[in-house]
Design a binder for this molecule. Structure first.
Ligand SMILES: *Cc1c(COP(=O)(O)O)cnc(C)c1O
Length: 360
């Protein structure tokens, strides 16, 4: 029986990637060493690091005035690093509040800067993105922080308002690499790797040159973008194995047609799940506004929540794992990142239809 893992993160990896990692585990490219055992300053790892950066730059078409940093600390550490490094000349910062992850980013920023909430979706339990027209932007803000894909709420948006005059900082942990994007519209993009880029331990930061080198006085070295940029992410020991795994994921993406092909597939996968929900006559429900439905994380509830447990149990028996919703939302959540094959989504939707037939 095929197993499909719908975990929100750490999440499923592409099968060819995990197989290649297995093949290379003990002896990487005839070096006689595992990547886990290598000096991060030796030629072998340096080449892994360099290729990972180059492949990511190519995949996302990252302009030359942006640096790629491979850091640790998770996306959560960026919640602090962003205001520590950017809220210097002006201590005022703008945040869009769209869900559980923006909430955490805001809480950290408040410890460091004066936070203005440009718009807040809490009035509808974070099931939509407030209209651009209503955003109360502060033209003097050091930056505007957004969360383009709220992993827990399943709320996603791609267009950006045209009237933002300050650098846009985006937490793209659960949506990076899911489709092409225009990097030049952003000041900083950051993402934990364990959703769409590889395994935990690595946080990728894509940062425009002019935003580096302004950290507040007293900022610890490890929290200063300039220290990491000046040292090519090797100020201290980098998360070497996680960088290697991300590198394999980047190669896999290039081989499978890059982000245009991935976007097409992701849209097809998401459409199949949402159609199954929408055509269930209310047996399944998506709480999210149609125009903001995520391609990556799909929360849904059952009309009759006494069926939640049997749904999860029978799904598991059919190899459909980790479909339980986040504790703050309840119900189910299917995370269908890049590495989830179409066959997994087909298996899920067939199960959903069959379950409805027997319990509807
Ligand atoms: C998972 C996630 C985080 C937290 O990531 P860590 O790497 O665990 O710190 C932050 N933001 C978003 C949008 C996420 O999905």
């Amino acid at each position: 029986m095929a197993i499909y893992n719908f975990s929100a993160g750490p999440a499923v990896l592409p099968e060819p990637v995990i197989k290649q990692a297995q093949e290379e585990l003990v002896n990487w490219h005839g070096s006689g060493m595992s990547v886990m055992e290598m000096s991060h300053r030796g030629p072998e790892f340096m080449s892994i690091h360099e290729e990972a950066k180059n492949d990511l730059r190519e995949l996302l078409n990252i302009p030359s005035n942006y640096q790629i940093l491979f850091l640790q600390g998770g996306a959560s550490q960026q919640f602090s690093m962003v205001p520590m490094n950017l809220a210097t000349v002006n201590n005022e910062v703008d945040y869009l509040h769209t869900g559980e992850w923006s909430k955490k980013a805001i809480a950290e920023a408040k410890k460091i800067a004066k936070v203005n909430i440009v718009a807040n979706a809490e009035d509808k339990q974070f099931t939509y993105v407030p209209d651009f027209a209503g955003w109360q932007l502060n033209p003097k803000a050091a930056y505007l922080h957004i969360t383009p894909n709220e992993t827990i709420g399943g709320v996603e948006f791609y267009d950006l308002p045209n009237n933002v005059q300050v650098p846009i900082v985006a937490d793209m942990s659960s949506t990076i690499l899911s489709r092409p994007m225009d990097i030049s519209r952003y000041g900083i993009i950051y993402a934990g790797a364990q959703k769409n880029m590889g395994i935990a331990g690595l946080t990728t930061v894509i940062i425009r040159d002019d935003l580096i080198g302004h950290a507040k006085a007293g900022t610890p070295a490890m929290m200063d973008y300039k220290i990491h940029a000046d040292n090519d992410s090797m100020y201290n020991t980098p998360p070497a194995y996680s960088i290697y795994m991300a590198g394999l994921v980047f190669k896999w993406l290039k081989q499978t047609g890059g982000l245009d092909a991935m976007a097409k597939l992701n849209q097809q996968k998401a459409t199949l799940v949402y159609d199954t929900i929408d055509q269930s006559h209310g047996f399944y429900r998506s709480p999210v506004a149609k125009q903001n439905r995520s391609w990556m994380n799909i929360p849904f509830t059952l009309q009759n929540d006494t069926l939640d447990k049997p749904f999860l149990k029978q799904a598991e028996e059919q190899g459909l794992l980790q479909l339980k919703g986040h504790r703050s939302v309840g119900g189910m959540r299917a995370s269908i990142y890049n590495a989830m094959p179409m066959a997994g989504v087909v298996a899920l939707t067939q199960f959903m239809k069959e379950f409805q037939k027997q319990n509807g």
